[in-house]
Design a protein around this ligand. Structure first.
Ligand code: SAH
Ligand code: SF4
Ligand code: F3S
Length: 430
């Protein structure tokens, strides 16, 4: 491709959804930049990419409203619809976009970049080469895909239909990608997969083996990962979190519900008791370990009694934070046909109750940090005031006063002086 041809062209990317989508958008950003495009505002872009999420109905509808909005402010730009909605509903998106790119066809941006005046639909069932190392932006912290897809088919979830069957990248290509990142200044990696605990089952090694290998990489300071499915969350992994110095003390362990009847209908593969046993094992073995979760309220047939079980578990476990959602009916999933569905007003009431409880717990836990000292990896200037920010190993954001000799990428000890709703404030300990 002649780089000069693209030199005057500009792009804008809008991303919805989870970290996997953020990582995919980063790949697209880098592919376009390498081809000579420049990032710009939505108004002046020649090509606008919308990376969509399909996990809930509201998320899905955003891609259509966003395309409508773009057309009113920028009539000339080429529109690329990509991501999870594109993968399962490309026919509908084709009529309103110039290009449609599915989740397994990110590499087609190399073609799109060479000629944005063609139109095209790029949908593949499987990636041509899951080992391919896509480029990264420069940064202290980086997302690294270790696997793609999901084989679980929880009855509410559309992801297996938008991301395909599970496939793990080999440890050689993951390690190579991380080494390149570290050579470029990255200090922390977030390993991404829908269920990292089932990593590698066809490769002859597992997720813990991979963690041991990554932990050996010189220059890397921290390893994080998401998401851990509770069914496969093992004692072996808990012990590795204790023993490996770079692996941070934080686990995201989506509960979804604490009613065994609902868990069964969701096809989650664990009971409340099994979940709790693992949580208590983790809390005992991983010193100062934080825990976060995802919860769905108003799954079909959920009663007040089922919901109360979830509330009680949240009180008992005391999550550091949780992400909670009203159940949303998704096409292709089994739960959409389960009756009775829960009324919208009831879902909303339960969601508010749960979120109020979580806010209380988060604040209480943040207040308990006052006076304690945490190791913080500095990420850069904070949004407000003359402050720097970073995260502690437990994944809480910590803001602290600017100091001339502290740079992004440094690891500093910060003593907490103040607890805010979602973050901490502190001062550097010399
Ligand atoms: N692979 C991850 C979750 C990916 S989707 C896991 O298994 O934990 C992220 C979260 O979205 C889920 O944990 C769930 O809480 C929520 N979610 C998925 N489908 C949903 C639906 N139909 N309605 C509401 N929330 C949903
Ligand atoms: Fe969806 Fe379940 Fe797979 Fe997570 S494990 S992506 S909730 S089907
Ligand atoms: Fe992520 Fe949404 Fe797709 S949560 S995997 S972007 S459906």
């Amino acid at each position: 491709m002649d780089k000069k041809i693209q030199d005057s062209l500009k792009f804008y990317i809008k991303t919805y959804g989870c970290q996997m989508n953020e990582r995919d958008s980063e790949k697209v950003h880098c592919i376009l930049e390498e081809a000579g495009f420049k990032e710009s505002s939505i108004e002046s872009a020649d090509i606008i990419v919308i990376n969509s999420c399909a996990v809930r109905e509201k998320a899905e509808s955003k891609i259509y409203s966003e395309i409508g909005r773009i057309r009113t402010i920028n009539k000339k730009a080429k529109i690329v619809s990509m991501g999870c909605v594109a993968q399962f509903n490309h026919k509908k998106l084709k009529s309103v976009s110039d290009f449609v790119v599915g989740t397994a066809a990110i590499d087609s941006f190399y073609d799109i970049a060479s000629n944005i005046n063609k139109k095209g639909v790029f949908i593949k069932e499987k990636m041509d080469n899951p080992e391919y190392i896509f480029p990264h932006k420069k940064g202290i912290s980086a997302f690294v895909d270790i696997m793609y897809g999901c084989n679980h088919f929880c009855t509410y979830c559309i992801v297996p239909f938008t991301r395909g069957r599970e496939i793990s990248r080999t440890k050689e290509s993951v390690i190579e990608e991380i080494k390149r990142l570290v050579d470029n200044g990255t200090k922390e990696v977030m390993l991404l997969g829908q269920n990292v605990n089932s990593y590698g089952h066809k490769l002859g090694y597992d997720f813990v083996d991979l963690l041991y290998e990554i932990n050996k990489i010189d220059g890397l300071r921290r390893i994080r990962f998401t998401t851990s499915h509770p069914k496969d969350f093992s004692l072996k992994l808990i012990n590795a979190m204790r023993d490996l110095d770079k692996v941070c003390e934080h686990i995201h362990l989506p509960l979804q519900s604490a009613s065994n009847r609902i868990l069964k209908l969701m096809k989650r593969g664990y009971t409340k008791e099994e979940y709790l046993e693992k949580v208590y094992q983790y809390k005992e073995i991983v010193k100062d370990g934080s825990i976060t979760t995802d919860i769905i309220v108003g799954f079909p047939t959920e009663t007040e009694d089922d919901f109360e079980k979830t509330m009680q578990l949240v009180r008992d476990v005391e999550y550091d934070t949780s992400f909670s959602f009203k159940y949303s009916k998704r096409p292709l999933t089994k739960a959409k046909d389960i009756e009775p569905q829960v009324e919208e007003a009831v879902k909303l009431k339960r969601l508010n109750k749960l979120q109020d409880l979580q806010a209380e717990i988060t604040q209480k836990k943040n207040r308990l940090c006052i006076g304690r000292t945490f190791e913080v990896l500095v990420e850069g200037k904070a949004k407000k005031g003359d402050m720097l920010f970073g995260r502690n190993r437990q994944n809480t954001v910590v803001n602290f006063d600017f100091k001339d000799n502290i740079r992004a990428g440094d690891v500093v000890n910060i003593k907490i002086t103040k607890a805010l709703k979602h973050s901490l404030v502190g001062e550097v300990v010399c």
